[in-house]
Unconditional design. Sequence first.
Lengths: 152, 713
Amino acid sequence: MELTVNGRTEHLRVDSRTTLLDLLREQLGLTGSKKGCDHGQCGACTMHVGGKRVLSCLTLAASVREPVITIEGLADDGALHPMQRAFVEQDAFQCGYCTPGQIMSAVACVREGHADSDAEIREYMSGNLCRCAAYPHIVAAVKQAKVEMERG
Amino acid sequence: MAGIGTATVRLDGVAKVTGRARYGGTDVVLRNPAYAVLVTSAIAKGRITGFDLGDARAVPGVMDIFTYQNIGKIEPGKTFDGGGYMGTSIAPMASADIRHDGQTVAIACAGTFEAAREAAHRVKVRYAEERPSASFGSPGVETVAVAAVSKKHEDPKIGDFEKAFAGAPVKVDHEYATATEHHNPLELFTTACAWDGDRLTVWESSQSMYGFKNGLAQQLNIPPENIHVISPFAGGAFGSRGSLTQRTAIVAMAAKKIGRPLKLMTTRDQGFTIATYRAETRHHVKLGAQRDGKLVALSHEGFEVTSRPDNYNVSGTASSTKLYACPNVFSKVSIVHADRNTPGFMRSPPETPYLFALESAMDELAYALNMDPVRLRKINDTRKDPVSGLPYTSRSLVQCSEQAAARFAWSKRDPRPGSMREGDWLVGYGTASTMYPSNIAPAAVRVTLNPGDTARVQCATHEIGTGVYTVCALVVGDKLGLKPENVHVEVGDSALPPAPVSGGSNSTASVSNALAKACAEVLEKKRGGANGVIEAYAENLPAGADPDGVKKLYKGIPSFVRGENAKKNVRYAFGAQFVEVRVHSRTREIRVPRAVGAFAAGTIVNPVTAKSQLMGGMIWGISAALHEATEIDTRAARYTNKDLAEYLIPVNADTPDIEVIIVPERDSEVNPLGIKGIGELGNVGMNAAVANAIFHATGRRIREIPIRLEMLL
């Protein structure tokens, strides 16, 4: 199959049982997206497919036709996306394991127009679990980045 | 110049937000790896009578399937409380015996993860099943006093409790219960192993690099120097990665047998039974007080579930008998052996359940006295441990309580239960105290000062979300006059100088004091005329520690100077939790809109990460009060909600505004830098504060957690 990941087109032989998450992590070495449950329950594997956030652990790789963006491809080399910078500045994580998924969700949350109030951010970020419970700081980071993202 | 106490964003933050941070066994990229998937038992007690591996072996790509019959000799190892490293003495795949549900019985290895998973699903195991005992009250459990099985254990007591309680004019006498909980760090319990001749490299997220190295050496019967453990980041730990699980040696053996690097991918549900957890507890608390509120009698009896062979216990009476002044104290802890996996440390292991009981009872006593609960706690404040008589090195509980109460606007509380209301919602305010012992252990570090004002720190401590990279950089930056971003920090590698297990909230104190010693040596060398690269290796043996502490440190055995009993004094951090709950008057839905916690813990090295840990801890406490419980099918002794959809942890929408106040405190006695641990402090007491607030809102006293809406109908 042909798959475009972070702007690079790959030609791959893929087991029909392989999920998008396992393909990227185990075959392409893109270990930024995380596996926390493999059941679509935790959100750690969130990435963008065709610009929308998807749970890559519930997505069979062979079914993917649109371009994929992962945490590794969110910003240009060396730079940080405003959401990444906001997560650092607001200390919106502790162990950091859920963070790539949180950030991919957060970028989509802003783009979807679901970041207009704290309550809305909390609701639309509730598919991403954080066991360290950095939630209040995640809300602060989304608010900070939203301003910058909308300024463009 | 930024230094100790300067609010500093995490220096490993960029690695974490870009996906470059690599977690233990999960993210290692191996050359030509094979994959392994575990098969776990479908019964809790009995024996394996046979395997049918034909279908599994026929899956294309399968390399081998190992069971107790062909994995080879793995030593079970001793548990940590017996001087070893293991979290359990139950050795899976050592025999046909099954001691708990979900015990590892086979490991399927294949060239791809998909093939290994399919093969694991096709393994058929035949069992001879016996009826298991699940928990408290199950037929066949065995209850024993901890004092009868552990020479080290003491049940604190003083005075004549019975007489004082009998004569007390105001009394509280109730039983309390806390639920089974699993750590559920978001990173799964993965492990990767690669052999190079007789040398083994292990990638596994760990809170104990040297413990894992030495423990594995014993299990595999090879020299520890042949084992290299790597874990630059752990995807959450909370105690679950502090002792060695039995899986690691199994993966190492399987990797050796198939002759390829092997990566174990475990599932979320397997994590409930191949690692440890917080066992359910029961408590009987009796408080007797004078009419002025002064405690005259306190009794705390605890009961904790453990596995059939192990005596794991948390015995939080060591703390609960120290919190308040009281001349007559009785306590006793018993363990209840059931057919379960062995429990283990989970964030604030003793204090979380035991202070739920005590701080609930204190709230009941406040109502019995018709006294404000904040005032009751102040009246019973103490400067010394009432049992041993040893002084606290510092104790700022009253200051914490006053600051948090003011910020929370506690004075607006009408104490009558059910008296405060907003629309359809009943409003309740609750409070409780928190305490956590300030522990320190020997640690070794290497600090290298380079020309051009940069430095390097090397220490096999652990980044489990606590911000240790930044803490190390701040301490060394402070001592050597460098910017923290110019201090390169290496942790999470057993080739580095040893640090103790990152448990008991000791790491910042243990490692920082060792770093200060190494920095002093660097400066001494510099003053002596050294130039160029200046390197110093330092071992810190804290005052009062086992004289063999450093030798033991190299063997992966921590020699704590424990806050509960530091010989000449007792050392604790304290705090006060305040929380508002709202209970819907008709549906009984419970919400927590806000919480304020104030904490005093000596020197705070990095206020940014300290506040995050305290905040996360407070949310953990709310979670314990309202969300988390591992449900047990008592007929099968089996956990039934082994996934993140049914094991409830808070999501963002469940989480209130949290305010963390750090109350300044100086304590030069705990250690030279005056550091007390904070990783577990924020968690404690909040469970009781929420339950107390629910009583205030509704008039319903719920003495078991989590509190669910059906309990309020």
